[in-house]
Structures are given as C-alpha cells and as structure tokens.
Design a protein around this ligand. Structure first.
Ligand SMILES: Nc1ncnc2c1ncn2[C@@H]1O[C@H](COP(=O)(O)OP(=O)(O)O)[C@@H](O)[C@H]1O
Ligand SMILES: Cc1cn([C@H]2C[C@H](O)[C@@H](COP(=O)(O)OP(=O)(O)O)O2)c(=O)[nH]c1=O
Length: 699
C-alpha cells in the first residue's frame, strides 16, 4: 500500500509525456544499453585475444580497454565541450552516433578478416569511439533543456541518470544470455572469436544507428538559448571540478564522507577490473561474468532504493560507515572463495552495501551542504568518483597480473591463490579499513552520545527512532496497546473491557482514545467530526489529527509509560495512515514521516485490529453520522484495506481479529495475547485482588 515519494511517478510521466523528450530518452536508453554491452564485450574480447599468453598481458589488455574507455571524458571533456558548443547540436549527435556505430561494428569485422590486428584495432576503435562521444555528450546535455520546460529539467536529468546506470544490469543479463547460447552460436559461426561478444558489439552498433535516426527526426533548435548555458557546465571539466572543488563554496565536505564514497567506488572498480579474468580462472566464462556484473548492479539498485527506507530511523552517520564495511567484507570473501555462484552472491551483497552508502552519502550532502554549494559539491564527488573509478579499474588488473598465480599445498589439497583473488581480497580489506576510518571520523563528534549500535539497529529495523537522552520513547517501562479498526468494529467496547481486566490484576492502566484525550484534542475532535466542516482539505485534516496525537503522546501517553503504566488507546497512528493515507489517497510514507515526528517515534507494543466490513460496522452505530462516518462505503473499504495492509506488513506486532465474532470471544482473544505481552508476576500490591478474579485462571 505504501506509495513512493509524492509525485515521483506522476512527474516521470509528465516529462515522458513530452514526445520529443521521450524519443530522445528512448534513444539514450538504447545507447546506454549498447555502451554497457560493449564494455562487457570489449573486456571479454581483450581476455580472449590474449588467452594463452601470460596473465600479465591478459590483465594489461583489460586495463587498456578500461583506461581507453574512461580516460577521455576525464581528460578532454572541457576541450571537446568548447568545440561542441559551436556546432549544430542535432547534427553533432547524428554524426557522432553514426561514427560510433561504425567503429563498434568494425571491431568484430576486423577480428574476422585480420585476426592478427584484432587486439590492436579493438583498442584503437574503442579510443576513437570514446573521443567521438566527447562531442556527443555536451550536445545531448544542452539539448535536454530545449525539449522540456524548465521546471522539469531536473526531473529529466534524473531520468537520464537512471537509464545511464539502470541499463547496466540489463546489459549484463543480456550478455549472460548471449553467452549461454554462445556454444550454439560458436558451432554455427565458427569464425567468431567469441560469438556473444561479437553479437554484443553488432547490437551496440545497431543501437547507435537507431539513436542517430531518432535524433535525426527530432525538432531540436539550432542555436543555443541563454538558459541552456547552465547545463553545459554540468558534465564538462571534471578535472577542473576536482582541482577547484576541494572546498565547494569554501565549506569542506566531511572528510569521512568523501573517503567513504571514494573507497567504496574504488572497491567496486577493482572488482570490475579483475572479475573477467578471475572468473575465467574459476572456470566461468562470459555467462558467469555477465551474472556477476548484473548481480553487483542489481544489489546496488536494491541497496540505494530500499536500504535507506527500511533503516529510515537509523543514524545516517553510522549507516554510511557500516554499509561500506559490508561491501568490504563481501569483497574480501568474494576474493577468497572459488565458487562462481558464491562470488555472484557476494558481489550482490557488495552492491547492496555500495548502494546504501551512495544513497546515504548523497542525502548527507543534501542535508549538510548549503543550497548554493550543493551543485558544486555533487559535481566534486562525481568527478573524484570517476577518477577513482579509472585509477582502480586500471590498476587492479595490473596488480593482479604482477602478483601472478600460485598453488599453495594445504595438507593433501592445494589452494589456488590467484592474482585476481588476491587483488579482490586486498581491495576488500582496504575498503573495510576505509569504512572503519570513515565511521570514526563521522562519529567522533558524537562519542557514545547515542544508544548502543545494536539497540539502534534493532530499533531501526522495527521502524522506531532511537534518540538519546530523556526523550527516548522506548526507554519507558510500561506497555502501549492500541485497538484499531473501522467504524463500529467494537474498539471502544474492547478498550473498556481490557482496561477493567488489567486494572483488576493490579496494573496501572490508562484507557484513552484519539482524537480528543487532551484539552486541545477535545477542540480538535470537535472541529474534525463536525459535519459543518466539510471544507477541511485532506492535508489539513492530516495535520489536525497529527496535532492531536502530538499533544496526546507528550502529555498523557509518554508520562504514563515512563511511570510503568499500561496505556490502551482507542485508535492511534494507524487510523491516520488508513483514513487519511488509504482513505483520502495521500502518500502513506509522507504521513508516516510526519506522524513519527509528532509522536516522537512512539510505536505500540501491540496493535489489536478489529476487522469488519464497513457496511456491517456502520450499521451497528446509533445516532447521526459524524463527518468521517458519513463518508462513502468505498472510502471506508479503502480504510479497511489500509488497516489490513499495515497489519500484514508487520505481522508480529498485530493481532487481527474478526469483529463479527461475539463480543466476549473477541475479548478473550485479546486477553490471551496481552497476557503473553505483560510481565508474568502480577504486582505484589495487587495479589489479593488478583486472586479473586476467576478469568485469570481460565486458561
Ligand atoms: N463483537 C461484536 N458483535 C456485535 N456487536 C458488537 C460487537 N462489539 C461491539 N458491538 C456493538 O457495536 C456497537 C459499536 O461498538 P463500539 O465499541 O462503540 O465500536 P467503535 O468504537 O469501533 O466505533 C456497540 O453498540 C457495541 O455494543
Ligand atoms: C485517530 C484518527 C481518527 N480518525 C477518524 C476515525 C473516526 O471516524 C473519527 C473519530 O474516531 P472515534 O472517536 O474512534 O470514532 P468512533 O468511536 O465512532 O469509531 O476520526 C481519522 O480519520 N484519523 C485519525 O488519525
């Protein structure tokens, strides 16, 4: 039921609804796909052309491909950018696309007709294609703002970034699939060095030809408009950014943050650099390589998207270092094991850690750097990251080649220690060290300030915020029970029963309800339920209910819990998520965030959900319907589903009961569950009373 950030898909649809942009975007996605496919193919061809030679030569060929692919944009982009600015954008893109297509297609063709020159041409053609791309990038960057309205430019950029990296795992899987039919292809086309690599390169060529046609028919204005100029600086001059951006806007970025980001990317780059040859040594060919590559990127996407969400309440400073350490450990083990499946799983884990680290790191930059300096800071990080990527990707294979392969006798067995494996383990170790350093750097200003690491992690997994000091909601010794459900489900009845039952056992019990338990709450309740107030807008409604909750938690619930009392509330945050989120169709995630702040992160120990069809519940109510009760049955059905979804998402913390059951049966079910929740020994002061209550001895 939870929805994504407000408007994200809607906005994406908006910008893709602009036909020229959509066409450009499709062609960009195709080119990105082809580009990744060709990187894999080139690395694989470099390995194949040098197979049989000494490992150092194999690794050198790989380093060569990587350096050739990544260095030109870093070294030469300002120059090419300046030239490209003077050219017609549309035709620059068309011509460069065609040229790149021809170059990529020529690589397997030269391999076919002149095998002796194959490796040389592979390197030369790759370099030429990258040089050509230098002119294409600024032309593309300055085209986007001419196709979409200004307010959607950022959105379009994000979408482009998504496809630039999002196509990597797709390409890897495609490559793996091609490899898996490689044997058949090899038999059919014996002249090819590596059929999957050749086909990948032909496909890449094709994507560029298609891109050229798509761009060729786009209506792109010839001359620059003034508002394009800002976009031109985005991608050009990385070295300049790196050189001058050390102190973006004078305010240095936290050292731990920069160290962590660069360390994690260097670790990832080392994997890409040696994976191909290392996997070959493990007996896995292109298929295994493709799967490992896809696994790393899929892990990264998973980590970046879901990590920060699941661990929303966890301190980012800690999460950042820990996720990098996770990557490092995964890398360390990936280098040590000799099983391809395990390597693929471990690289997936590495990706998850790296994804969380990047998402957290960029969010920290957003939070910690002032608006004016943010673009420079992000450009600085991206710039240095590319340099780190290049250096690590080029050095890792070289180091692996220099180290060489050894056989170490272990009793009757031998352990094959390979250069690639050593490099992976060493990079893993390095990443772990970087993670520890950055964890210390980022948390040294807060020594022991917060709760212990483990309690915080566990609390974050449950979705509770743990803050330090007195305000810590989970530091109370009481119990917090909430009864939720639709109209007429029997909530008030059950709260009353449970309150009496627990009081009779000697517990201090506060039976309460939302909205309307405090002075302010009563007035808010009046406002909210008065049918005259039909003009209340959904967002205002959220805030009014939330104000009631903030007051209620601070003034009544928390003091009681800290005294050790049992608090039973008729409705709490789930009502807000179900009525205003599911019912009013607002973002549940947004509401959760607002209410979590308002309630100081207080989450019930148990939520009893009394589930009933709205028609049935509403029919139980007497008297005139209030503003909410008067809503349509469809509204109440959405609310019911909202409640059920919440319970499903966190089943351990819920007791869902069928509210059509007789009232006393429902009561007994609740008692059974509550008994397991509360401390067994009844307070001694209540012993006399307890002894008289037959219900306790019932079961
Ligand atoms: N399990 C049940 N089966 C049938 N009627 C019930 C049950 N529980 C409560 N009722 C009746 O339904 C009506 C609404 O109950 P109430 O506790 O006020 O619901 P809520 O607080 O959810 O609006 C009351 O008249 C109550 O006696
Ligand atoms: C607590 C809460 C209640 N409500 C609605 C549900 C109820 O229709 C109304 C008042 O709650 P309540 O007094 O529990 O009504 P009833 O006893 O009739 O069930 O407020 C929300 O929409 N959001 C909230 O966060």
């Amino acid at each position: 039921m939870s929805r994504s950030a407000p408007g994200a898909p809607v906005e994406a649809r908006n910008v893709l609804a602009i036909t020229p942009f959509r066409r450009l975007w499709i062609s960009l996605s195709l080119s990105s796909l082809g580009d990744w496919l060709s990187l894999l193919a080139l690395m694989s061809l470099a390995a194949i052309f040098t197979a049989g030679g000494p490992p150092l030569v194999q690794y050198l060929a790989l380093s060569g491909v990587v350096v050739i692919k990544l260095a030109p944009p870093i070294l030469l982009s300002p120059l090419a950018g300046a030239v490209a600015d003077r050219l017609d954008r549309k035709w620059t893109m068309v011509v460069t696309d065609v040229l790149r297509g021809v170059l990529y297609v020529s690589i397997p063709l030269v391999g076919l007709f002149s095998p002796g020159f194959a490796l040389g041409w592979l390197l030369i053609a790759t370099l030429l294609a990258e040089l050509v791309a230098l002119f294409w990038t600024p032309a593309k960057d300055s085209t986007v703002p001419t196709l979409v309205p200004r307010k959607l430019v950022a959105q379009a950029d994000r979408l482009n970034l998504l496809t630039t990296y999002g196509t990597a795992p797709v390409a890897a899987l495609l490559f793996a699939a091609l490899a898996s039919i490689g044997n058949v292809l090899g038999a059919l086309l014996p002249s090819m060095a590596s059929p999957e690599a050749d086909i990948a390169l032909y496909l890449n060529g094709l994507t560029f030809f298609v891109a050229a046609i798509v761009v060729g028919v786009l209506p792109i204005p010839k001359h620059k408009t003034s508002r394009d100029s800002e976009s031109d600086t985005r991608d050009s001059g990385i070295l300049r950014v790196v050189a001058t951006g050390r102190r973006p806007g004078g305010e240095p970025l936290p050292r731990g943050l920069v160290a962590g980001l660069l360390g994690s990317i260097a670790g990832g780059a080392a994997v890409i650099g040696v994976a191909r040859v290392h996997l070959e040594a493990l007996g896995a060919g292109n298929g295994g390589f493709g799967v490992v590559f896809a696994s790393a990127f899929a892990g990264m996407a998973l980590g970046a998207i879901s990590g920060p969400r699941i661990l929303k309440q966890f301190s980012r400073r800690r999460l950042f270092g820990l996720s990098i350490a996770l990557s490092g450990l995964a890398l360390l083990f990936a280098g040590a094991v000799a099983d391809t499946v395990l390597v693929a799983l471990l690289t997936g884990l590495l990706g998850v850690g790296a994804g969380i680290a990047w998402a957290t790191g960029l969010t920290m930059i957003d939070d910690e750097v002032e608006d004016d300096n943010r673009a420079a800071a992000v450009a600085f990080v991206h710039g240095t990251a590319r340099v780190a990527l290049l250096v690590a990707m080029a050095l890792a294979p070289l180091a692996a080649g220099l180290i060489g392969d050894y056989e170490i006798p272990v009793g009757p067995l031998t352990y094959d220690l390979r250069g690639g494996g050593v490099v992976l383990m060493a990079s893993g170790l390095l990443v772990v060290v970087v993670a520890l350093v950055c964890y210390r750097l980022m948390n040294k200003d807060h020594p022991d300030a917060g709760p212990g690491l483990l309690p915080e992690l566990l609390a974050a997994l449950r979705g509770v915020a743990v803050s330090d000091g007195e305000e810590e909601p989970s530091a109370h010794s009481g119990a917090f029970i909430v009864v939720e459900g639709g109209e007429g489900a029997g909530k008030s009845t059950q709260v009353r029963e449970l309150t009496v039952w627990l009081r009779e056992q000697g517990f201090e019990v506060i039976g309460t309800r939302q909205p309307g338990a405090t002075k302010l709450g009563m007035r808010l309740r009046g406002l909210l339920l008065d049918r005259e107030n039909s003009h209340i807008t959904p967002r205002a409604e959220v805030l009014l209910y939330t104000a009631d909750k903030a007051d209620h938690v601070e003034q009544e619930i928390l003091p009681a819990l800290r005294r050790g009392a049992v608090v039973i509330s008729d409705r709490y945050v789930d009502s807000l998520l179900a009525y205003q989120g599911a019912g009013r169709d607002l973002s549940v995630d947004d509401i959760r965030e607002i209410s979590s702040w308002a309630t100081q992160g207080l989450v019930p120990d148990l939520t009893v959900l009394l589930d009933v069809r709205p028609e049935e519940g509403l029919s139980r109510l007497g008297g005139p319907a209030d503003r909410i009760e008067a809503e349509s049955v469809e509204f109440h059905s959405r609310v019911r589903k909202g409640f059920l979804d919440l319970a499903k998402a966190d089943a351990d913390r819920y007791l869902v009961l069928d509210a059509r059951e007789p009232q006393d049966k429902v009561t007994r079910e609740i008692q059974r569950r509550v008994r397991s929740l509360l401390p067994d020994p009844v307070p001694s002061s209540a012993e006399a009373v307890t002894g008289m209550i037959p219900v306790i001895r019932n079961d």
